[in-house]
Design a protein around this ligand. Structure first.
Ligand code: PGA
Ligand code: ZN
Length: 427
């Protein structure tokens, strides 16, 4: 059969931080070949599927992925060779079974995901389709609003910047993806000028955003508003702001430690901070406002702000339908962050998106802080029609490649392309 898998080969490559990650190459009987590379987080949620690392201190500081590579080549490949690449779901289920654990700790989510993504790519090529059309069908016409992380903090900035991890500009008032990206990029470059004028640093963090030394978590908001205006746009109308505070990363013993402000807050105190910031600034979305197990705090946050802005759960949901289902039942948020490697297969990621959509929640597709030039998520977000994507600043090749792929998709769709715009953040 022409669509049956001929070979699967994994290898260890490097990601954007120079750490090892898994790349998988698949060959099909027809002669088609496809490749996929797995991203890697730094502010990783404790409930995520396991990323298999060798823990051999003699190689890459213990971060090697040779065992995950071997799991693909010696365990997964023999089971999948000869099977039809068009049966994504069956093949993903087979790998889930082969692993046999809840969090994919036997084979590694990095091993399984590399195979899963490369199967999808090969299948799209076999069907003579682009990836977004193969995964999303003819309805896949919605281009996402890009959420560009122009100012980095937290662990992505080695705690040299603000405590909050991500300050994103969201050009939702644009007419098209292409225009939104231009507005975002112009704002990014203007922000550099604003920082320079104030004598602040313009070096960048893991996701390509600037890392100025600031004395509060509010200061970046003032700098970004200045940049939006100076670039010629209206804050809140043309371009809004989104935060990923990644609060798990500064939560210790149920207290939130804001180093830059030398303050320590409980859940309610942090929620009050968000309430006051959203009154002062055009913030349309807050991700991980509270920590990954602070379900009670999340409830308070959703009660206070859930009717006004998008509240995205990343570490608390980890793209896992069981946790998302609980979140929906307990009404603790109104949106979910979607990362393929948090769960480990394309099939399970699609299920997570669909669960959110069924509950009328938003779904924001996301890169990881450790990336490669693989732009799978760009096709994926259009296929799923979620209308929102975050993939860093318009800076650094591995970030920009995702945005560039969306330019190509928008161009290919032509008049059929629909830009998600402000609707993506309406509550
Ligand atoms: P990570 O950060 O990839 O380091 O986990 C991204 C995020 O928190 O959204
Ligand atoms: Zn996050």
């Amino acid at each position: 059969m022409v669509n049956n898998i001929k070979s699967i080969k994994a290898r260890e490559i490097l990601d954007s931080r120079g750490n090892p990650t898994v790349e998988v190459e698949i060959a099909v009987n027809s002669g088609i070949r496809a490749r996929a590379a797995v991203p890697s987080g730094a502010s990783t949620g404790i409930h995520e599927a396991l990323e298999f690392r060798d823990a051999d201190p003699k190689r890459y500081g213990g971060k090697g992925v040779l065992k995950a590579v071997e799991n693909v080549n010696k365990i997964i490949a023999p089971e999948l060779i000869g099977k039809d690449i068009l049966n994504q779901e069956d093949l993903d289920q087979l790998m889930i079974k082969l692993d046999g654990t809840q969090n994919k700790k036997n084979l590694g989510a990095n091993a399984i995901l590399g195979v899963s993504m490369s199967i999808a790519r090969a299948a799209a090529t076999a069907q003579n389709m682009t990836l977004y059309k193969y995964l999303g069908g003819s309805e896949a016409t919605l281009l996402p609003v890009p959420m560009l992380n122009v100012l980095n903090g937290g662990v992505h900035a080695n705690w040299q910047g603000p405590d909050f991890q991500e300050y994103m500009v969201v050009p939702s008032g644009a007419e098209s993806f292409k225009e939104a990206l231009r507005w975002g990029s112009e704002t990014f470059h203007t922000l550099k000028k604003v920082l320079k004028e104030k004598g602040l640093k313009t070096s960048v963090g893991d996701e390509g955003g600037f890392v100025p030394t600031v004395s509060s978590n509010e200061e970046p908001l003032q700098l970004i508003i200045a940049a939006i205006e100076k670039a010629g746009y209206k804050p809140g109308t043309d371009i809004s702001i989104a935060l990923d505070t990644a609060s798990s990363s500064f939560c210790e013993e149920e207290k939130y430690l804001l180093r830059t402000e030398k303050s320590e807050l409980d859940s309610e105190g942090l929620v009050e901070k968000f309430v006051s910031l959203t009154k002062k600034y055009p913030i349309i979305s807050v991700e991980d406002g509270l920590a990954e197990d602070d379900w009670e705090g999340w409830k308070i946050l959703n009660n206070k702000l859930g009717h006004k802005i998008t509240l995205v759960g990343d570490d608390i949901f980890v793209t896992n339908v069981k946790r998302i289902e609980r979140g929906i039942k307990e009404k603790i948020a109104n949106a979910v962050l979607i990362k393929l490697n948090q769960i480990g297969t394309v099939t399970e990621t699609i299920a997570a998106v669909k669960m959110a959509q069924k509950a009328k929640w938003s779904a924001v597709v996301s890169h990881r802080s450790g990336e490669t030039v693989d732009s799978f998520i760009s096709d994926f977000v259009v296929a799923m029609g979620t209308g929102a994507l975050k993939t860093g600043a318009p800076c650094r090749g591995e970030r920009v490649e995702k945005y560039n792929q969306l330019l190509r998709i928008e161009e290919e769709l032509g008049d059929n392309a629909v830009f998600a715009g402000r609707k993506a953040f309406e509550r």
